[in-house]
Design a protein around this ligand. Structure first.
Ligand SMILES: [Zn+2]
Length: 235
């Protein structure tokens, strides 16, 4: 009998966890994975913040280079640092949800999953005075319920096409720079982090960023928010 229990568990896992993530990552038309390949536009996205040590410095760099970005915010961090969230918004950047405390969707109970998204949505809406319209799942993982919850809240879902793994312990400023520059393509969505990761990791991201921006501008790329990228993609 044990094998039939195992079989049921595998089927539940496939339907509840694996297939929704696979579908969102590879096929769903509701998900933005990259922009149009016809135009030299790219989007910078920053996950897991805000962080009082790094996000204000990041905002200074973006302002200095006149570059818009999209921030995927953790509810827990937004609660602790609402002024930084407001500051991101005032600087004209786009904000989206990135769960309350970065829990992996596959490891949360169904009820917690829904609560997590609703709670983070409410926190951001309360701080911004307007409804956020983007969601990026932590680690890119979905379950069936989070897929429906995002749709119910009218959230666009964004993945990424270039990951510099700037959170890693053994990376360097040069490696972050090289990864982004080597992988760049029209319509790229670049994911970087202004919080979490290995100790001091966002420091390297901030050091790599100005050169990344200058090089890509030099190559003729224009930086856009995800809102603009989505608009152009469907135009
Ligand atoms: Zn994250």
């Amino acid at each position: 009998m044990w094998w039939s229990i195992l079989l049921v568990l595998i089927i539940i896992f496939l339907i509840y966890c694996f297939l929704p993530s696979y579908w969102a990552r590879n096929h769903s038309k509701k998900v933005l994975r990259k922009g149009s390949a016809q135009k030299k536009v790219i989007a910078l996205t920053f996950d897991d913040g805000p962080n009082p040590n790094y996000t204000p410095k990041l905002l200074d760099i973006l302002r200095e280079h006149q570059v818009p970005a999209t921030f995927f915010i953790m509810g827990k961090q937004a609660q602790r640092y609402p002024d930084i969230v407001k500051h991101i918004n005032e600087e004209g950047h786009t904000l989206g949800l990135h769960s309350y405390r970065h829990s992996h969707a596959w490891l949360m109970s169904p009820i917690t999953t829904i609560r997590d998204m609703n709670q983070t949505y409410k926190i951001l809406k309360g701080i911004l005075g307007k409804a956020p319209n983007w969601y990026r799942p932590p680690s890119g993982t979905f379950i069936i319920l989070s897929m429906f919850a995002a749709r119910r809240l009218n959230l666009n879902v964004a993945y990424w096409s270039i990951e510099a793994q700037d959170w890693a312990k053994d990376t360097t400023v040069e490696h972050i720079y090289n990864t982004v520059i080597n992988k760049i393509h029209p319509g790229a969505i670049i994911v970087l982090h202004d919080n979490q990761g290995a100790p001091g990791a966002p420091e390297r991201t901030l050091k790599a960023l100005p050169t990344i921006i200058n090089t890509l501008k030099g190559q003729g790329f224009r930086f856009v928010s995800l809102d603009e990228m989505k608009g152009e993609h469907h135009a």
